[in-house]
Design a protein around this ligand. Structure first.
Ligand SMILES: [Zn+2]
Length: 466
């Protein structure tokens, strides 16, 4: 997105909702090139032109992306520059054999980046547009980093491309249940993205009763939701006997893994297919199902993905592996050989069902869980919807929700020394506005948040319905 277009888009987002509806109607009529920008179009064309290439050519594409980001990191960041020089790597070697050089480099994880963020920042930061973002709540330990402002337009090209395998097009209409604040009447229409947005925080039978008429009249092609929300909709359909509009082609479900039986249940009750993909805020790996097979296909045009087994080597097909990513999109904080903390079963570098020479994998586990908070009426609220991307957690080292009672939660905070009462109030305000009364959150500063038996941090210490 160009700076100008971005400014307009930000301005559009700040408009009062009644004006936003009218403005989005006008912008919605524009061709994709004007709506989403030239970087969206060129990226999508590139994906379409390359997706069915033979393996050597696919390798060349991902090696070229890798070469560019390695050279960039070598030349503009302190951490990668010095670690590559220490490993005897120079620009000439990167140019000749980027994969060989990558394998000589150490893997990094969130804590290394977090503790040495200045050394990971590219000197390019002075001349490109960037945003501060975070992995927010998905691990209970907020992690802030910097990323190029044009990522959304590029990523949108990948999202549209993968959904197009299930019939999605730029004129498709979506009903969206995500973690966005919904103002006014309980739903919001966005003509720019052709979405009707609902709240995933108030998923009670009463709320679904209220939204069913506008949802049906809208005649969506797709329903975009978290697994828990899709299951609630399926349960509602099963009990009420009200079917989804016949226009719905599929559910689009990302951000969280889906457990065995859940996908089958949604498909059986709603009569619609479920399309899944794997991705994350760091923008290193993105992989969705193909048209034929329910396994993830990592885009070689998006990042260089490694599947590393327990011995620290490249996994063989059918082996369990950690997903390790080197993203091509973020040149402000390059992430190279970044351990995502997500594990999967690696299946190989070719999908026999569709013919794409992409890395394929299934059974993702790790940061991807389905922890929930419960609203006043027992309605589950997905962890991914709770994810906070604002700056309120800057002075928080770790946090965890503790819930004993429906509609109420204590947010435990382990804080940095800069933390003040003002931060505490800002955090409470942020959540209480987001949940709009469905769960009342009270923050509490604690000395320690103990690990689980398996040595992991739990995002939600849930005492209800165990
Ligand atoms: Zn396939």
């Amino acid at each position: 997105m160009s700076a100008f277009r971005r400014k307009i888009y930000n301005y559009y987002l700040e408009l009062p909702s009644q004006w936003r509806g009218a403005a989005s109607r006008i912008i919605g009529l524009l061709p994709a090139r004007y709506k989403f920008g030239p970087s969206f179009i060129s990226k999508w064309v590139f994906i379409k032109k390359t997706e069915f290439l033979p393996r050597p050519e696919i390798n060349r594409i991902s090696e070229q992306g890798l070469r560019e980001i390695l050279l960039h990191a070598f030349g503009t960041t302190e951490f990668y520059g010095s670690s590559m020089r220490a490993a005897g790597i120079d620009e000439q070697e990167i140019g000749k054999d980027p994969v060989g050089m990558l394998k000589k480099m150490p893997m990094v994880d969130k804590s290394v980046l977090h503790e040495n963020m200045d050394e990971f920042l590219s000197s390019e930061i002075r001349r490109v547009k960037f945003d501060r973002t975070s992995t927010g709540g998905t691990s209970g330990e907020p992690f802030y980093f910097y990323i190029n402002s044009d990522r959304s337009a590029k990523e949108w090209a990948f999202m549209v491309d993968q959904w197009s395998r299930y019939g999605f097009s730029l004129s498709s209409k979506r009903v969206t249940f995500r973690g966005t604040k919904i103002r006014d009447k309980g739903w919001e229409e966005d003509w720019l993205t052709r979405e009707l947005k609902f709240s995933s925080f108030q998923m009670t039978d009463q709320y679904i009763d209220e939204i069913w008429p506008p949802l049906s009249t809208f005649k969506p092609d797709f329903i975009y939701a978290y697994p828990q929300t899709a299951i609630l909709l399926a349960k509602y359909i099963e009990h009420s006997g009200k079917p989804l509009p016949a226009s719905v082609k599929a559910f689009l479900i990302g951000s969280e893994n889906i457990y065995k039986g859940q996908k089958e249940y949604i498909e059986k009750v709603t009569g619609c297919k479920v399309y899944m993909w794997y991705g994350h805020s760091e923008k290193l790996v993105l992989g969705g199902y193909c048209e034929q097979e329910d396994v993830y296909h990592a885009y070689p045009q998006y990042g260089y993905t490694e599947f590393i087994n327990q011995k620290g080597e490249d996994a063989q097909p059918d082996e369990k592996a950690e997903i390790v990513g080197t993203g091509f999109m973020n040149t402000v904080t390059p992430f190279i050989r970044y351990r995502t903390g997500d594990y999967c079963t690696y299946l190989g570098d070719h999908c026999p069902a569709c013919g794409r020479n992409y890395h394929i994998f299934r059974d993702v586990k790790g940061r991807w869980t389905q922890e929930v908070l419960y609203g006043l009426k027992g309605n589950p609220i997905s962890m991914s919807a709770i994810n906070i991307h604002s700056d309120v957690f800057l002075n928080v080292f770790r946090f965890q929700f503790y819930q004993q009672e429906l509609g109420k939660a204590v947010l435990r905070l382990m804080t940095r020394k800069e933390f003040t009462e003002k931060d505490k109030m800002a955090i409470e305000k942020e959540f209480n506005q987001k949940f709009s009364g469905s769960v009342v959150v009270e923050a509490e500063v604690v000395e320690d948040i103990p690990l689980t038996d398996r040595g992991k941090y739990k995002f939600i210490d849930q005492q209800i319905m165990k």
